[in-house]
Ligand binder design. Structure first.
Ligand SMILES: Nc1ncnc2c1ncn2[C@@H]1O[C@H](COP(=O)(O)OP(=O)(O)OP(=O)(O)O)[C@@H](O)[C@H]1O
Length: 715
């Protein structure tokens, strides 16, 4: 069957850049679905269409629902009964109207235009090849417009948004052209805002705190604190969250906001800065119809102010919400079914034999018609039925041949020809010091409120140190205590520090929030690393000191406050190091289970090679002795702890042979094979140096990932 030969030509009404509704054109309150009604066109043909009154001047080849269709099965043809001369006249009229229609701004002004042409996105398939998830899409969105991306679940809405926002996953390959203001330029890190489908929020903060911290990070230093607070409060109110201002967002452990409320917090955070380009993935999911309407209405107003550009994927908008959008990009299985004004969608479907029934929300009708997930035949306006797959083919082919499609291509070319401005990602952002300060405070509050971050670890450390203290209680200075001291100190250096791995789930959550905020340009990578490092210091000090003092004094290690201070300092340095290591792991393996296994594996190797289980001189050369022994932080931790404990002590020699006593220094040299050429303070300094190195590596890895990802995707 040659679908292309039979599909009717569809021509849209001449308003791809439909002017925005004025406020007085509609109530602010959501209305009942009311726009599907029987109307008569100029030819006296009755058809169901909500917006028929808009179309009377234009030649839509709409299937009349009351008139029998031409006798073909599953193949659509232009109605033979049409008066062709009338049609031609109307076509000419339309072409004239199109020519006279203002094509948006002549320049981009301060706004951002996005165009995409022949956009393909492919992902690996099971056979080792690649399957397309977006197939040759072309479209545009201009300043002041709100584009709705619609289609059945899995049709590629999020993928299209990700592609436009420059955020595709690294296993995808993108071809085709995406231009921002007519130029090929990256769209991330502050040039646009993106509300993702999942709400990645700091669960311990209240709504007001979450939005206000974000305001402090995103708004420029030139704004006063009170102005930022005002902006945050106003945005919260705009999203209808005033009653939940002081409610914690909540997560798996504490019940806080509802799903819909979280959605609105996510939107609030991203619209705070009034972005010039806003991507929204399912902004209304979880919202009731009134909330959906108000949220979308607010976003439309945002687009109107200073001509901002909005692209939103949306699942099941009510008719009220659907009417708010300007253009519709309807997808099915990654293919473009329709791109054009939302007000001419009904025409397109009716023209192709799938008119929207009376009293049905048009968006429901479109989604039902283009969904092939369920093996249900689609009813045609004239009573026939075609399979869902065939319906989609008809619509896709019809759209390709339509004047609307050509019009979109023309508009894309026009926009691309303009010489648009380059985007500045650093525009009006808080300064580095402010970012570090705010991130440190926010992270500190989060750590304080999240029981799993440090409090639970503190409890477990106390329990473990009580066990250590009672098992090695009052260790004494007998010959046998030498081995016991060594084992106890090794346990502290290896196992107590290993336990810092318990914070990994919180690191993964932190990384998710960081990734979202970073991609939206809220702050820089360095500010995040500084904030994360400084906020954890008080807690790690507490964990080193409180359980440390219990273990130290119950065991009866070497007396003197300086010895205890060294012990606590080394424990603190090792914990910081393990946390830094786990942050690196979280940045590379952001999966909870995989990350813990990877982190535990790395630490296991270091522990094994740290000079306790196998004495340093016995480690096989070259790999384990050089460089692995020197890379392992356990080497320095063990050495430092041993020097701190054994130097200055003397143990009686209970063996029959040899001198009557043995000094700590001799034990260090012969028994533990410790490097004695430098002091214990050097060991702790090396561990702190490694902490700095690991944090820098963390920063470097994030920056590298940011740079490499677009290259992998083929951009
Ligand atoms: N990185 C990826 N690797 C493999 N497959 C992917 C990837 N991204 C998307 N897909 C697949 O592409 C298809 C489209 O996914 P996408 O998330 O864009 O759909 P969607 O229309 O947003 O769906 P929903 O409305 O349910 O969120 C799905 O089948 C999905 O499994």
């Amino acid at each position: 069957m040659d679908l292309q030969a039979n599909v009717p030509r569809w021509t849209p009404r001449p308003s791809p850049t439909r002017p925005l509704k004025k406020d007085n054109e509609r109530d602010d309150e959501p209305q009942m679905d009311s726009f599907a009604s029987d109307q008569e066109d100029d030819d006296g043909i009755s058809f169901h269409n909500s917006r028929t009154k808009n179309f009377n001047n234009f030649p839509f080849t709409t299937w009349p629902t009351a008139v029998p269709p031409p006798p073909h099965i599953g193949v659509l043809e232009a109605p033979s009964s049409r008066d062709h001369s009338t049609e031609m006249n109307r076509s000419m009229e339309m072409e004239r109207a199109i020519a006279q229609q203002p094509k948006g701004d002549d320049s981009f002004g301060n706004g951002i235009s996005v165009t995409w042409k022949d956009l393909w996105v492919r992902v690996p398939d099971k056979t080792g090849g690649r399957r397309p998830i977006l197939e040759g899409l072309t479209g545009y969105v201009e300043p002041g417009e709100v584009l709705a991306i619609m289609g059945p679940s899995g049709c590629g809405k999020s993928t299209l948004l990700d592609a436009l926002a420059g955020r595709l996953a690294s296993n995808t390959r993108q071809t085709g052209e995406i231009l921002i203001n007519g130029r090929k330029q990256p769209l991330a890190f502050g040039t646009s805002a993106y509300v993702t489908q999942d709400d990645t929020l700091m669960t311990t903060l209240t709504v007001r705190e979450a939005v206000y911290y974000s305001a402090q990070l995103q708004l420029p230093d030139s704004m006063s604190r009170s102005e930022k607070k005002e902006r945050a409060d106003a945005t919260i109110r705009e999203m209808g969250l005033q009653d939940a201002m002081n409610t914690r967002i909540g997560g798996w452990s504490i019940k806080g906001l509802s799903g819909g409320q979280k959605r609105r917090v996510s939107i609030s955070i991203e619209i705070l800065k009034r972005p010039k380009l806003l991507f929204l993935d399912e902004p209304t999911s979880g919202l009731d119809s009134a909330a959906s309407y108000h949220v979308m209405n607010r976003i439309i107003k945002l687009a109107q102010q200073d001509k901002r550009t909005v692209v939103a994927s949306i699942h099941q908008p009510s008719s009220e919400v659907f009417e708010l959008f300007h253009n519709l990009c309807l997808l099915s299985s990654g293919r473009s079914v329709y791109f054009g004004s939302t007000s001419t969608g009904n025409e397109f479907f009716a023209t192709n034999g799938f008119p929207c029934p009376a009293m049905r929300n048009p968006s429901d009708h479109y989604l039902r018609t283009v969904n092939k997930d369920f093996d249900v035949d689609i009813e045609q306006g004239f009573g026939g039925k075609v399979s869902a797959a065939e319906t989609i083919n008809i619509l896709v082919e019809s759209y390709k041949l339509s004047e609307a499609c050509q019009q979109v291509e023309r508009r894309v070319s026009e926009i691309c020809q303009k010489d648009g401005e380059a985007l500045d990602s650093k525009e009006s952002q808080a300064g580095f010091i402010t970012q570090c300060n705010v991130l440190t405070r926010r992270s500190f509050v989060n750590m304080y409120r999240d029981l799993g971050y440090y409090w639970l670890r503190l409890a477990i450390y106390i329990a473990l140190c009580l066990c250590v203290g009672t098992i090695f209680y009052d260790i004494g200075s007998s010959y046998g205590s030498i081995q016991a001291r060594g084992s106890m100190l090794m346990f502290v250096a290896a196992f107590l520090t290993f336990m810092a791995i318990g914070g990994f789930p919180s690191f993964v959550e932190d990384m998710k929030i960081f990734t979202r905020e970073r991609l939206n340009g809220h702050y820089g990578v360095a500010a995040f690393v500084v904030g994360n490092t400084f906020s954890s210091i008080p807690y790690l000090l507490m964990i080193s000191l409180v359980p440390g003092v219990m273990a130290y004094y119950l065991v009866g290690l070497q007396k003197g406050i300086d010895h205890f201070v060294y012990f606590a300092l080394m424990l603190f340095a090792c914990m910081m190091l393990v946390e830094s290591l786990m942050m690196i792991v979280a940045s590379v393996v952001p999966d909870f289970l995989m990350g813990i296994i990877t982190g535990a594996g790395i630490q296991g190797v270091m522990m094994l090679n740290g000079g306790f289980f196998r004495l340093p001189n016995d480690l096989p050369k070259p790999f384990w002795r050089y460089p692995m022994y020197y890379i392992s932080f356990h080497k320095y931790a063990n050495q430092g702890f041993y020097k701190n404990e054994f130097e200055g002590l003397t143990f009686p020699n209970e063996q029959a042979r040899g001198p009557p006593s043995i000094t700590g220094e001799e034990i260090l040299r012969t028994m533990w094979q410790v490097e004695m050429g430098y002091s214990k303070w050097m060991d702790v300094a090396i561990v702190f140096g490694m902490v700095i190195l690991y944090r820098l590596m963390f920063l470097g890895i994030i920056k590298t990932i940011e740079k490499v990802k677009p290259i992998i995707r083929g951009l």
